[in-house]
Design a protein. Structure first.
Length: 613
């Protein structure tokens, strides 16, 4: 972890952030959903930068008589995967308009201004002209940085605290997952293959492997045609989905009307690293949902709209698996506690990037600080504690999904379900205490966290630790580097996004119109739902709470089945992955060339970082 590696990483991060910013916000097409997928997993700019550095290393050796070592290249990659995501749809790009929407969109027919007044003073600029210019453009006037400095500074501290807490939590499981359970971290084969110039499981040079260039050609042709079609509709585009559900026009098959066949080259290709049992379980359980709804209809049972509530099943499954992860790692967690409390010399944490004491106390202190912070904002303990427990649990289980299966998607977790679960449990009526609407407003002010990319960031933290472990990068500076990369990503994102918002107007970006792009419409929809809830508070939703319980029961059953029958074709992670993002994953899982395990030739990582078939 050298100074020159960090310096190169900072420069490439800034360039990559502006690249993604242009692609996902400024040049975004009218299709609201397109910008969501422009940042793949891992981020495209991170992979491209790594390929460019490796490809031009011989030239750099001739010109400067020096080259970056393999571990330095991987440090640059680890920095990039943390620094790039904050600029996207899921973090800063959603945070800034989310907090200003009640002020800008209020009118006599709604009570959005009441909601804006209930927010903390520091959460957004209170100058209405500053907010108006952000949405409509500033006619050449400079960005009012002074008005934004204080709110964004406080939000940066809050996000950094949440990021730090998540980093401590996943660090507690590094040894358990990497050394004891031997998780494969399939997505790490990408940077390792590029740096070692050898494809996984092959002795052919990565850059001379014809299959690599065929894959590049397929993906580039696919995306270039789609981009050209966005600028000129006369160009034929391959698209990214086919609405095959349109063929189901007759009752009772109409339950499959919403079925779309997504063709995602990156997911289909990376499915090679995913086991066949996970791929099969993914598309099987996804198609089982509308099949159950159809059978319910056939037998005359009156199902509630939304049945069988797949996202709520996902919530229950994620929460249950979080408990299972702690249970299976209980011996390791007990060792961490003994090391923290008694400094047991028999427990060695010298090879940890974050010592056990720092990780455990950091996780506890970070969680307590989050609760205290939000309590001062007006969120009651009865709401904040389950909210942050769910948020961190979702991040932990998603990290496990990436560690074991390597599913290359950012949304394979119960997005937006942390807040909705609380509302299902107590109803919006239970979040309003007479004239006090703080709980409802504060929860909505955090909704962008669980709606976007923040939760997925946890997986990069554990993947970076695993990559450093496999490559023998034994540096206690890794957590500090990742923390610095995240803060840098936020700061550069603030500059890029506010420059664009005030230069063009936030309403017309992200494929927007008079009501803004997809990110602004999501925020407006959330605040309007709060406004409606204040007028007509709703009761708890028993049906969806039952679905949450059902998801927990199913995942426990699948884990038990897997324990008793190792060759069971039903994998718990396949069930998890497609409950929340299944509409885009089931088709790539159906086509994916997963090989089913190491016995069938799937590569793994040795302890020293080498790839072995």
């Amino acid at each position: 972890m050298t100074f020159r590696a960090i310096l190169v990483a900072v420069v490439l991060s800034i360039l990559s952030i502006f690249w993604i910013h242009q692609a996902s916000l400024v040049q975004a097409p009218g299709n609201f959903y397109a910008p969501v997928y422009l940042l793949s997993v891992p981020p495209v700019p991170a992979v491209v930068c790594l390929i460019v550095l490796v490809a031009f290393m011989p030239l750099a050796l001739r010109l400067f008589k020096a080259k970056l070592e393999n571990n330095e290249l991987l440090v640059i990659f680890m920095f990039l995967v943390i620094a790039i995501p904050p600029v996207t749809f899921g973090v800063v790009e959603m945070l800034i308009p989310w907090m200003g929407s009640p002020t800008y969109f209020h009118n006599p027919q709604n009570n959005l201004m009441q909601l804006a007044d209930a927010l903390p003073d520091w959460s957004y600029p209170h100058d209405t002209e500053v907010i108006r210019q952000m949405y409509e453009g500033s006619d050449g006037e400079p960005v009012p940085w002074r008005a934004w400095a204080y709110p964004l500074g406080i939000w940066t501290m809050f996000m950094s605290l949440l990021f730090f807490t998540g980093m401590c939590v996943v660090s507690l499981f590094r040894k358990q997952w990497v050394e004891r359970e031997r998780m494969r971290f399939p997505l790490l084969f990408i940077p390792i293959s590029i740096v070692q110039k050898e494809a996984p499981g092959s002795k052919t040079s990565f850059f001379r492997n014809p299959l690599v260039w065929i894959a590049f050609a397929i993906v580039i042709i696919h995306h270039v045609l789609n981009v050209l079609h966005a600028y000129n509709p006369a160009v034929m585009a391959l698209g990214d989905r086919f609405a095959i559900g349109r063929i189901f026009t007759e009752y009772p098959w109409t339950h499959f009307r919403g079925l779309s066949f997504f063709q995602r080259p990156q997911i289909i290709g990376l499915a090679y690293f995913v086991g066949l049992d996970i791929l099969f379980s993914g598309w099987f359980f996804f198609l089982l949902g509308p099949a159950i709804a159809m059978l319910t209809d056939i037998f005359g049972l009156q199902a509630t709209p939304g049945f069988p509530f797949v996202q709520q099943q996902g919530t229950g499954a994620y929460l249950a698996l979080a408990v299972i992860l702690f249970w299976t790692g209980r011996q390791h967690i007990a060792n961490i506690i003994r090391k923290t409390l008694y400094n047991d010399p028999g427990i060695d944490d010298s090879d940890e990037h974050m010592p056990y004491r720092w990780a455990l106390l950091g996780a506890i202190a970070g969680f307590v600080a989050l609760i205290a912070w939000t309590h001062v904002m007006g969120l009651s303990l009865a709401v904040s504690i389950p909210y942050f427990l769910m948020l961190i649990s979702f991040g932990l289980v998603y990290s496990r999904l990436r560690a074991e299966a390597g599913v290359p998607t950012m949304y394979a977790f119960p997005f937006h379900q942390d807040i909705e679960t609380i509302q299902y449990a107590v109803g919006t009526r239970g979040l309003i205490n007479g004239p006090n609407i703080s709980n409802l407003v504060m929860l909505t002010s955090f909704a962008w966290i669980g709606r976007g990319y923040f939760t997925s960031q946890f997986a990069y933290l554990i993947e970076n630790e695993a990559l450093a472990d496999h490559q023998s990068i034994k540096s206690r500076g890794l957590p500090v580097m990742m923390m610095g990369a995240f803060i840098l990503g936020c700061l550069v994102a603030y500059y890029a996004i506010l420059k664009s918002y005030y230069g063009f107007g936030a309403l017309v970006l992200h494929g927007g119109s008079a009501n803004g792009g997809y990110n602004i419409q999501l925020s407006l929809r959330a605040w309007n739902s709060v406004s409606s809830a204040i007028e007509t508070p709703g009761p708890p939703n028993l049906d969806r709470m039952i679905a949450i319980g059902a998801g927990a029961v199913v995942i426990i059953g699948l884990v038990a089945l897997r324990t008793a029958w190792l060759r069971s074709p039903f994998h718990p992670l396949g069930y998890l992955a497609t409950l929340n993002h299944g509409y885009a994953l089931w088709a790539p899982f159906l086509l994916g060339p997963g090989d089913g395990g190491p016995a069938h030739g799937r590569p793994e990582l040795d302890r020293d970082g080498a790839i072995r078939p």
